[in-house]
Design a binder for this molecule. Structure first.
Ligand SMILES: Cc1cc2nc3c(=O)[nH]c(=O)nc-3n(C[C@H](O)[C@H](O)[C@H](O)COP(=O)(O)OP(=O)(O)OC[C@H]3O[C@@H](n4cnc5c(N)ncnc54)[C@H](O)[C@@H]3O)c2cc1C
Length: 138
């Protein structure tokens, strides 16, 4: 019942964020960490298909040699949890659409929200993360 109510409230009332980070792999979580340190209100949405999860161990990442990717991810989320302005949601961002002076986003779990009008896209190595509303990262 509580879960249904939370889902209903997040669907009806648009959440407002400074930044929406699409994807919670190493790139997205690193971006969220920096933004959290800048006291930005951030939502990370991740559908949980980090590419290196298929691998047994991380190699070539200083200080993390041999670590399992899932342990690495758990630690990263733990570090991020220290920043209260950062929320992580296990869902896919289905749409980001212009709505007046803002952008509105819709998640696969029904959550909706808005973010300011600047949209920046960055390439992190071979990976891709869409980061909205943060001119300092552009
Ligand atoms: C098998 C394998 C082994 C690897 N081993 C190493 C290694 O040992 N050392 C190393 O440095 N690198 C390694 N890499 C490369 C490493 O995976 C990448 O450098 C790193 O994981 C990329 O991180 P990322 O955050 O950019 O992307 P990803 O890890 O791919 O994360 C992207 C996340 O975004 C989510 N996502 C995408 N679209 C949406 C959406 N619309 N809404 C919500 N979520 C979304 C995905 O589900 C995923 O969880 C390996 C890659 C592979 C495939």
């Amino acid at each position: 019942m509580r879960a249904v109510l939370i889902c209903y409230l997040t669907t009806v009332f648009l959440m407002k964020f400074d930044v929406l980070v699409v994807g919670g792999g190493p790139a997205g979580l690193s971006a969220a960490l920096i933004l959290g340190r800048c006291h930005r209100k951030v939502l990370v949405c991740d559908e949980g298909r980090q590419r290196n999860l298929r691998s047994l161990a991380i190699h070539g990442l200083l200080g993390r040699e041999g670590k399992s990717p899932s342990d690495f991810l758990d630690e990263a989320l733990e570090e991020l949890s220290r920043y209260k302005s950062v929320s992580v949601r296990g869902t896919r961002v289905a749409r980001v659409i212009p709505a007046g002076e803002e952008f509105q986003f819709v998640c696969a779990d029904g959550a909706r929200g808005t973010e300011p009008p600047r949209v920046c896209r960055r390439l992190f190595g071979l990976s891709y993360a869409a980061i909205a509303g943060c001119s300092s990262i552009a």
